[in-house]
Design a binder for this molecule. Structure first.
Ligand code: SAH
Ligand code: SF4
Ligand code: F3S
Length: 431
């Protein structure tokens, strides 16, 4: 029996899909990257915004037609939509045969085995202590390794569904993490990203996040170390110091700001002020002048006035992020903000979003132009999408760069001189 997994959402889901692949492999199922060959199709889903959920549910309904030709085909849904809607999914979406929640992946072989005839199954109990100990992910088709360090989230930002889908925050043992990183490096994954919804609050016995980074930085088999996502309320001076003094930690930080208006930040339950956020940015840039800072911003949170929006806009202009993911606020049922009475009209949310996008496009363009003439180290990841003679790699500060080079360089590190910037891509020449 062959299985195919399609992954939506954040890196957490990418890592979980690799975990699921290993769990199914161990149970005798074979993975395939060709959906037409699959006997089991699994969608690992995201529900952070309504459109993310709608897109995947639409896609699943579409796949149902495959069952006409292949009557034994089973379609399953896992991840955050599975956790949010549970067995309701089986009633509402005829295509779905099984549902497994984010803490039930070890049960997947049992669930799939027990599906016969037209039976459907759902298993979605939350298990707030599940960390999938002693299970390594099955990494394929890329050179970056995502290593989960915490699962769940306790922050309850008022707009966010994640604490409800992923349960309480728990940290994996540092021994397990260090071992997983070492093995990933030995298998050729030289650029490692540690994952958690709020990595800064990692705590396992006496090891906090900066201490974990010190330990991982010593792993000889890897060359680069990154982490997402950082929360401004928990980003300590100790962490900045570890970042600045650890050779493998890359000059890149994703630090979601969400808003730069203190009243809105309070209503979001973010636990920091705009001034605090700005101060962290200054400290980071002082400690690491080359650091690239990226962010997430929400436009049109309930109650946001034009003046409050302007504060966010002006802060983005002032800080100049290398890149910012900008989102239109999307009410998520069950979260506090969804019940706020002062929801902003769709038209205004969209209009504010487009102003943020225009601003960030200009800033990113300028930042990328400023890279011309610099010499950068790239981790070569693949043949470029646009041209067969070009390779694509990433710099330490997370900028995709293409250059003319031989395919044998894939998986290695090279130095290039940046000669041009087109859109979000740099063009380099091999040194
Ligand atoms: N734990 C991470 C990732 C959360 S989801 C963090 O704290 O940053 C990624 C981003 O989606 C968030 O940073 C936020 O900007 C956005 N987001 C989350 N819920 C949203 C919602 N209901 N509407 C719009 N954007 C949302
Ligand atoms: Fe959601 Fe906030 Fe947790 Fe991030 S920190 S996952 S935005 S609740
Ligand atoms: Fe989406 Fe779940 Fe990640 S809702 S952003 S896949 S934690």
């Amino acid at each position: 029996m062959k299985f195919f997994i399609e992954t939506y959402g954040c890196q957490m889901n990418v890592a979980d899909s690799e975990l699921v692949a290993n769990i199914l492999n161990k149970a005798g199922y074979i993975s395939t990257s060709n959906i037409d060959e699959a006997d089991i199709i699994i969608f690992n889903t995201c529900t952070v915004r309504q459109n993310a959920e709608d897109r995947v549910l639409g896609r699943i309904s579409n796949e149902n037609k495959r069952k006409v030709k292949k009557t034994h085909l089973k379609i399953g849904i896992i991840g955050c939509v599975a956790q949010r809607l549970e067995e309701e999914l089986l009633k509402d979406n005829k295509a779905i045969d099984f549902v497994a929640g984010v803490d039930q992946y070890k049960e997947l072989p049992n669930i799939i085995n027990s599906l016969n005839h037209n039976q459907k199954r759902s298993k979605t109990e939350v298990n707030n202590s599940e960390v999938y100990e002693h299970l390594l992910p099955k990494r394929e088709g890329h050179f970056n390794a995502f290593v989960t360090i915490t699962r769940g989230c306790d922050n309850f930002c008022t707009y966010c569904i994640v604490p409800y889908t992923r349960g309480r925050e728990r940290s994996r043992s540092f021994e397990e993490i260090v071992t997983e990183v070492r093995i990933a490096g030995e298998n050729g994954f030289k650029d490692v990203t540690l994952l958690g919804q709020n990595v800064n609050s990692y705590q396992f016995k006496n090891t906090n996040f900066p201490e974990l980074l010190r330990k991982v930085n010593k792993v000889e088999s890897i060359k680069r170390l990154r982490f997402v996502t950082s929360h401004p309320k928990d980003l300590s001076d100790e962490l900045i110091e570890v970042m600045a003094t650890s050779d493998k930690i890359c000059e890149h930080l994703h630090l979601p700001m969400q808003s730069a208006d203190n009243e809105i930040l309070k209503r979001m339950n973010r636990g920091y002020s705009a001034e605090h956020y700005f101060k962290i940015v200054q400290k980071l840039r002082k400690a690491m002048p080359e650091i690239a800072i990226t962010s997430d911003i929400i436009a049109g949170f309930p109650g946001e006035t034009e003046e409050q929006f302007q504060r966010t806009y002006n802060m983005m202009k002032n800080i100049e992020f290398d890149y910012a993911f900008t989102f239109k606020y999307s009410p998520r049922k069950g979260t506090k903000a969804a019940d706020f009475q002062d929801q902003i009209a769709e038209k205004i949310r969209l209009e504010r979003l487009s102003r943020l996008i225009d601003l960030q496009t200009k800033i990113t363009h300028k930042k990328y132009q400023n890279q011309i003439g610099k010499i950068k180290e790239l981790y070569v990841e693949k043949v470029s999408k646009k041209s067969q003679s070009e390779l694509a790699g990433k710099s330490r500060d997370f900028k995709i760069t293409v250059f003319e080079g031989d395919k044998s360089l894939i998986g290695s590190f090279v130095k290039v001189k940046i000669v041009d910037a087109v859109g979000w891509t740099l063009k380099g020449e091999l040194m």
